[in-house]
Design a protein around this ligand. Sequence first.
Ligand code: SF4
Ligand code: SF4
Length: 84
Amino acid sequence: MELTPSKIEVVTLEDDKCLRCGKCCVLADGKDCQYLVWEGDKSRCSVYAERLGKTTGGSEVCIRRSESIFDYPGCPYNTGRISK
Ligand code: SF4
Ligand code: SF4
């Protein structure tokens, strides 16, 4: 089956389980990443497409969620690693 642009969009949205809680974008010092934007109680990344390797603040850089060693309360991507 050939994927049309609308089908691709649906697949992407269904695969995205992120709850936009922003917890994985908080730095070690407790501050939000400089690129984190809040819309009510939901967060989003203002540089999402180019986020990987960006300096989030201090000496920390953005990595893929799947490469993080941390779990966050309620995050669908938790794998039973270190709880934050
Ligand atoms: S902790 Fe999980 S649910 Fe929250 S913003 Fe990060 S990936 Fe999304
Ligand atoms: S750059 Fe990375 S850590 Fe910063 S808001 Fe975007 S996804 Fe979160």
